[in-house]
Design a protein around this ligand. Structure first.
Ligand SMILES: *Cc1c(COP(=O)(O)O)cnc(C)c1O
Length: 509
């Protein structure tokens, strides 16, 4: 008897119909989330590789030796392009393939914490993790998961660049790890890796370079950039995502570590239960090998020359967009972006009526079919404020649409030039008036909400659908949402975001 209740073709058709509502993953109109090589045969190859590996369990590469072979291949490729070859004995660069950038960052922190403890470190507040405020949120998550105190160093609010001296001034015995980015996600800053490494060297503090987003592009960048990888002696670990500029499907990143003994702190092993002996290099137990195989297949297919060619396309498109944005009155590119991404802020040098608010601009571009990413402003610990910006991630495919995109960005700016940014505080006040209990209800909400109260607040803000509590699609305009994110207390916003995302996947009653 067949176990099928529905015809497979029917189910696949339903998936295709669901997919039709997604943001387009190809074609260059979405400038975040997707990293499109623009080469359909690479996508086909990746799919074929993943399919071949579908039945395999990555839990045990001694049983499924194909996993070990491809993991060694990918680690070897990464070690070569990030100049980690040739380290002897204690300095050998070794690595693991992980499920993504977040897992690479989490494991870098977990390993550093355990190495710090093993070296006799102890401190009342838990070891510290020092990083510029522009370090990826994955390090906030790591600090929370693994019990480190996150010590965020303010950056220059005009350029988004951290100062090596400011980072050096935070170093001490209780620091388990320093993190810098190559480049940073929010502003594409190439952090001062050599200077920070020099400061970390004397006290022997490990230094992680988060090259998750840009590593596999920066390694092939057509313009010379300061050394940021294992060429810098004090760099002890490095993360780089193959599912970004390695063009693999989601679920694959690499974490490299200098020194076998240092890297072994990343592992978990136990024989203390009655089941099979457990040894896990990464966070999952049973794990898929499909994304690993897809990434390996792509690196085999194109090698370093292919990466260089794809990177040069992304670099040309980035340069063209940078010039196009420089020609738009009222906007400015933040700082000195390095690599295929950039952030755009309002140009404060022109009069307010000639300024372009980057969030209104992004909404206008979105209405014209181009998705840019809105980033909120942020108050730093030193009292300065990072401006709110709009982020563009540029991929090889962007080159094929660069002229249309440049025109669309100029037109979007013309459409919103002079429109002032949304006053988040006023918006919060206005929304609070509509709440039973008014502003007092909001103040009370900041102290903590249960899920029904959070959902009610989201509904009052127009961010959750009707009585079934279902989350709808995002509103057409995101600028007001980001204004709320900036104006509401962080803990409240975080609680509301959790509720929103949780309700989106709740089955309908
Ligand atoms: C994307 C990114 C991460 C996290 O990676 P995920 O793959 O989204 O988990 C970490 N650091 C930087 C700089 C990133 O851009």
């Amino acid at each position: 008897m067949s176990v099928l209740r529905r015809a497979p073709a029917d189910i696949l058709a339903e998936i295709a119909a669901l997919r039709a509502a997604d943001a387009p993953t190809h074609g260059g109109r979405v400038l975040s989330y997707v990293y499109d090589s623009g080469e359909p045969e690479l996508d086909e190859l990746a799919a074929g590789a993943a399919r071949l590996m579908q039945p395999v369990n990555g839990l045990d590469p001694t049983t499924f030796t194909s996993v070990a072979a491809m993991e060694a291949g990918l680690v070897g490729f990464a070690r070569r392009v990030f100049h980690g070859e040739g380290g002897h004995d204690a300095e050998a660069v070794v690595g693991s393939v992980t499920s993504g950038g977040t897992e690479s960052c989490l494991l870098a922190v977990k390993g550093a914490r355990d190495a710090w403890r093993a070296a006799g470190g102890s401190s009342a507040g838990g070891p510290r993790l020092v990083a510029p405020v522009t370090a990826h949120a994955a390090f906030h998550k790591a600090a929370e998961y693994f019990g480190l105190e996150l010590d965020l160093v303010p950056v220059d609010p005009a350029t988004g660049a951290p100062s090596a001296e400011a980072i050096a001034s935070r170093l001490g015995d209780d620091v388990a790890l320093v993190v810098v980015s190559a480049p940073s996600y929010p502003f594409a800053t190439l952090d001062p890796v050599e200077e920070v490494a020099a400061a970390c060297a004397a006290p022997g503090i490990p230094l992680h370079v988060d090259a998750c987003i840009g590593g596999f592009a920066l390694a092939f960048w057509p313009v010379a950039v300061p050394a940021w990888d294992f060429r810098v002696p004090g760099v002890t670990s490095l993360s780089a995502d193959l599912h970004k500029y390695g063009y693999a499907p989601k679920g694959v990143s690499v974490l490299l570590t200098r020194g076998r003994d240092r890297q072994r702190h990343q592992y978990f092993a136990t024989t203390g239960w009655p089941g099979y002996p457990v040894v896990n290099p990464t966070m999952a137990g049973s794990k898929p090998a499909g994304p690993l195989a897809a990434a390996w297949a792509i690196t085999e297919a194109i090698g370093e020359p292919g990466f260089a060619e794809l990177t040069s396309r992304a670099a040309r498109a980035t340069a063209a967009l940078r010039e196009a944005i420089a020609r738009i009155e009222g906007l400015r590119v933040v700082g000195e972006p390095t690599g295929p991404l950039l952030a755009v802020a309002a140009d404060e040098r022109v009069a307010p009526e000639r300024r372009v608010d980057p969030h209104h601009w992004a909404d206008a571009a979105r209405a014209a079919g181009w998705q840019l990413q809105l980033q909120p402003g942020l108050a730093q610990a030193d009292g300065t404020r990072l401006p709110h910006t709009t982020h563009l991630t540029v991929t090889p495919v962007t080159e094929s649409v660069a002229d249309d995109l440049a025109d669309a960005l100029a037109a979007a700016a013309d459409a919103v030039r002079g429109t002032p940014p949304i006053d988040g505080a006023a918006l919060v006040g206005h929304l609070a008036e509509g709440l039973p209990g008014g502003t007092r209800a909001l103040a009370a909400a900041s102290a903590g909400l249960d899920s029904d109260a959070a959902a009610a607040l989201l509904a009052a803000f127009g961010l959750l659908g009707g009585g079934d509590g279902s989350g709808g699609a995002l509103p057409d305009r995101l600028a007001p949402v980001l204004a709320l994110v900036e104006a509401l207390p962080g803990a409240l916003t975080e609680r509301l975001l959790i509720e929103l995302l949780a309700r989106v996947v709740e089955p309908r009653a």
